[in-house]
Design a protein around this ligand. Structure first.
Ligand SMILES: C[S@@+](CC[C@H](N)C(=O)[O-])C[C@H]1O[C@@H](n2cnc3c(N)ncnc32)[C@H](O)[C@@H]1O
Length: 289
């Protein structure tokens, strides 16, 4: 006999998905400006609408992901971020980092963003056509590759991505070369050490994606450091905003910042629109996945 629990979960997720689809399609149809563009980007993701050239890039990067996931090569990774939700790591422990011995395949599976979410980033970049992009947390470079590929298709824009673990930064660099993505720089080192120089050297940014050091105070600190280097109109995206109580608080803080005018809470990912010309602050809650 099929248990209710087994059939209940897919039904609930189908209902969530349909609700999200309805909200997103309303956004595309009934709003304007940035909100409409975000609605359009999310619609294209949910309906898997891709051009032939987008399909080719997605295929190339996803094949690379498969290759990485099947690799048994052993690497040593020093993680300078929060390893577990609300883990209360001391500053001293953060300074040293936590060393993990793992295979490339296992790290790629556990550390890289799922295709669904990087597809959203790809589509956002296609719609918003940013010129200068910043990513915190490269891991093996998969999300950065999707974003840089979108910039390449746009024919404009560069990206700089930051990674603390030397072994991961080296794999990411090789991956960018393999994919022939010349529009991306990777900077190795702890965000605490590299971010101030990167902001001065590469800023201002009209697109930011934070996907590393998943701890509320660290995220707030990174946000406060980056915001003076964010252009008048920009997208500011934070991943894993529901991962822990501390990340939830971090997201609330970001949402309440005066320069953040519209936010989209997609459950895992949060998107902020920065634009002083938008008078009325607005919060959209569209839980996805
Ligand atoms: C979730 S992974 C990034 C995944 C990547 N964006 C992707 O989807 O392909 C987070 C990365 O941030 C790095 N990281 C975390 N805290 C850091 C810190 N304080 N300084 C530098 N790197 C850090 C970790 O080493 C890890 O590779």
């Amino acid at each position: 006999m099929i248990s209710l629990r087994k059939i209940g979960k897919p039904i609930i997720s189908l209902v969530w998905r349909l609700k999200a689809q309805k909200k997103i399609s309303d956004l595309s149809k009934n709003s304007e400006g940035y909100t409409k563009e975000i609605g359009n980007a999310l619609t294209e993701v949910l309906q898997n609408i891709v051009s032939e050239e987008e399909k080719q890039w997605i295929g190339k990067i996803e094949s690379l992901r498969k290759e990485l996931e099947s690799s048994n090569e052993k690497i040593e990774v020093i993680d300078y971020g929060a390893i577990e939700p609300d883990s209360n790591i001391t500053n001293q422990e953060l300074e040293i980092g936590k060393t993990v011995n793992i295979t490339v395949g296992a790290k790629c599976k556990s550390g890289s963003e799922l295709f669904f979410w990087v597809f959203i980033l790809f589509k956002l970049i296609r719609k918003f056509q940013p010129k200068s992009c910043l990513e915190l947390g490269s891991c093996m470079g998969l999300s950065a590759s999707f974003q840089a590929a979108a910039l390449k298709l746009n024919g404009i824009g560069r990206m700089v991505t930051l990674e603390g673990a030397a072994s991961l930064a080296s794999i990411a660099k090789k991956n960018f070369q393999l994919l022939n993505l010349g529009n991306i720089d990777i900077i190795e080192g702890r965000f605490q050490d590299t971010l101030p120089t990167v902001l001065k050297q590469y800023g201002p940014f009209d697109y930011v994606f934070i996907d590393g050091h998943l701890d509320g105070p660290a995220t707030i600190n990174n946000f406060n450091q980056i915001i003076p280097y964010v252009s008048e109109k920009a997208l500011f995206i934070v991943d894993n905003i529901s991962w822990s109580e501390s990340m939830k608080k971090g997201w609330k803080y970001i949402e309440s910042n005066d320069r953040v005018r519209i936010t989209f809470h997609l459950r895992q990912m949060g998107i902020c629109i920065i634009d002083n010309q938008i008078v009325k602050k607005h919060v959209y809650k569209i839980p996805l996945l």
